[in-house]
Design a protein around this ligand. Sequence first.
Ligand SMILES: Nc1ncnc2c1ncn2[C@@H]1O[C@H](COP(=O)(O)OP(=O)(O)OP(=O)(O)O)[C@@H](O)[C@H]1O
Length: 215
Amino acid sequence: MFQFEQARLGHPGQAVFENLTLHIAKGEHVALLGPSGSGKSTLLAALRQQQADRVAWCPQDADLVPMLSVFHNIYMGALDRQHSLINLRNLIWPSRHQKSAIGEIAAQLGLAEKLFTSVDKLSGGQAQRVALGRAIYSQRQVLLADEPVSSVDEHQGLALLKKILGSHPTAVIALHDRSLALQCCSRVIGLRDGVIALDAPCDSLSLADLDALYQ
Ligand SMILES: Nc1ncnc2c1ncn2[C@@H]1O[C@H](COP(=O)(O)OP(=O)(O)OP(=O)(O)O)[C@@H](O)[C@H]1O
């Protein structure tokens, strides 16, 4: 599904990965771990470029439109499924069907009461859940998410991650919480200073193995 062979990845004027070889197969749920600045977001962006049409994208800043409601922000996950005139109509006068489909996702994420509240009136954790709702509604095969549950408590984070992984057969998720990574994913890729310092199935790893990445 994703493949890099001795790739050089980074930003204009700054290479983050000088020589990256990495394969990610369909059906894998990968946790990307590593200290701040190790290259997780850079790698996610490069993965997105490889499969732009198949990816549900959940960036760190959630990328929501603050003045628009939860309903509208979730709806925008699937603009490409309809003609733009139908989208325009649904955004102005949501149909009963759209309200029900998106309302159901919002309810699963604990946002039923906020369906027509604008995102700028939500907490950070609620906004993160809207971004996850948009990813679920997009019905894309692959989820790429950057710290998607960093603003919710650990218990809620576990439930949300399980839900979102349940709706995406393949996923790569940058996480800071090592315990969540081991509980929810099938493989850990650990980054350190732009190289892969660890790449192993979750069931072969302990929290102590992951701690070593940060020392
Ligand atoms: N837009 C940019 N232009 C230039 N350099 C960048 C840009 N974004 C990130 N970098 C640099 O690339 C390196 C990797 O950053 P990246 O954001 O991928 O790390 P990260 O592991 O996701 O960090 P964090 O956990 O803090 O989000 C860092 O040295 C950072 O300063």
